[in-house]
Design a protein around this ligand. Structure first.
Ligand SMILES: *[C@@H]1O[C@H](CO)[C@@H](O)[C@H](O)[C@H]1NC(C)=O
Ligand SMILES: *[C@@H]1O[C@H](CO)[C@@H](O)[C@H](O)[C@H]1NC(C)=O
Length: 391
């Protein structure tokens, strides 16, 4: 029996799964880890699993991923053409493999106009985060109706950036950043994405200070505040120009989003009574918040991170990590992307996070496929589509 690295505070272990031939999986609900499921392999997970990701169908064969017609109908913000010569899009299109995978016309965000009968009928067939199966139309609709400003329809306004290329840094929380002195380079980007337990104070030289976007699910945000409080993650980043990117992985994300925009306590569900200002600061308004489109999450997962976990009976638990979703969001919106603090081949040399005072091994969660993500980042870097910070 391999040793199971169960978090000390995980008291609600409800099932033990065996995912032959690879690993023991501990399925725990309501635990304090930032992600709901902890995978504890006896040894480092097999690389074999990810090796053939692109052949195996990073691309889902035979299935059209074209957006449904109603997605084309809602008024779009004016196209914001890029004049950046060596952009992510240009590089991706020139690459034989990635040229097939990227579909830059896939909607990234969701806003009020997407709450239509057609979208409901389609998305109710897929479970979260890829759809709305089992969710209350009232909860989803009342959140979406509030996303009615132009800033809800795009991640950023290209017109605000002169000089052609919008350069984005996406900062994961990996131990590789400890002692990296990358803070200055990170802050030199036009836009900086952070996520989950993004500790800044005390690590400015390594991770920078600028934050344009903070990405999360309510589950990962609240669990990060508990699990990483001892390392200084006592507050979600807040600033006047900072924007929050909700990943809709549960009905509670829609419920919290509505309360956050209205600036009122959460009226129902798991987070009932929570004051959104505590997380997002005093300024409650629609323009502070973005919501990733379930179709975008579906597109990313089926094309870029189609894990073998999806072929098991536990496929409903699987989704790309928060970091992966932020990095892929940047790759679909920015002209140039640098990834810092993401998993690399030599991850075993580094601690789980950059802020742990003593080295801890990277934890693998059963609902993510970190080795598949590692392979994707490596290939995107090799193809010149993004820059992966390595050391
Ligand atoms: C957006 O919705 C809010 C709340 O329903 C409303 O007060 C506001 O006027 C709407 N704004 C626009 C631009 O439609
Ligand atoms: C972080 O870096 C410092 C100095 O570079 C080192 O002493 C420390 O052990 C590192 N921490 C971890 C958790 O690896």
């Amino acid at each position: 029996m391999p040793k199971l690295a169960l978090g000390a505070r995980n008291s609600h272990v409800v099932a033990l799964l065996r995912m032959a031939p690879l690993q023991e999986v501990v399925l725990a609900l309501g635990l304090l880890q930032p992600e709901p499921l902890l995978l504890a392999p006896a040894e480092a997970p097999s690389r074999a699993r990810s090796r053939t990701w692109i052949q195996k169908g990073g691309l889902e064969r035979g299935k059209s991923l074209k957006p449904a017609p109603e997605l084309l109908r809602p008024k779009r913000t004016k196209a914001q053409p890029s004049t950046c010569p060596r952009s992510v899009a240009a590089r991706a299109k020139a690459d034989p493999k990635f040229g097939e995978l990227f579909r830059f016309d896939t909607p990234v965000l969701m806003w009020d106009q997407h709450f239509s009968t057609g979208t409901w009928e389609r998305l109710k067939a897929r479970h979260v985060p890829y759809g709305w199966q089992g969710l209350s139309p009232a909860a989803v609709g009342s959140a979406l109706r509030l996303l009615n400003t132009s800033s809800n329809r795009r991640l950023f306004d290209r017109a605000a950036f002169r000089g052609g290329c919008v350069r984005c840094a996406v900062v994961g929380n990996g131990g590789i950043l400890n002692g990296s002195r990358q803070g200055h380079d990170i802050d030199a980007h036009d836009l900086v994405f952070r996520l989950n337990g993004a500790v800044i104070k005390g690590f400015e030289a390594d991770v920078g200070t600028k934050t344009s976007f903070y990405g999360f699910t309510v589950n990962t945000m609240k669990n990060s505040l508990i699990a990483y409080e001892e390392y200084g993650f006592t507050q979600v980043p807040q600033a006047k120009d900072l924007r929050y990117i909700f990943i809709p992985s549960d009905v509670r994300d829609y419920v919290m989003l509505k309360s956050a925009i209205e600036g009122s306590p959460v009226p129902e569900g798991l987070d009932k009574g929570d004051e959104p200002q505590k997380y997002f600061g005093p300024e409650a308004s629609a323009k502070k918040f973005k919501l990733l489109h379930p179709d975008f999450l579906h597109y990313l997962t089926t094309r870029f991170l189609r894990s073998e976990i999806m072929n098991t009976q536990y496929s409903y638990l699987y989704m790309p990590s928060t970091g992966a979703l932020m990095l892929l969001t940047a790759l679909h919106t920015c002209d140039q992307v640098s990834a810092y603090g993401f998993i690399t081949d030599n991850y075993e040399e580094f601690s789980d996070h950059y802020y742990e005072p003593e080295k801890k091994p990277l934890l693998f969660y059963a609902n993510h496929d970190m080795m598949l993500e590692a392979e994707l980042w490596k290939r995107l870097h090799q193809a010149g589509i993004m820059t992966l910070y390595q050391r």
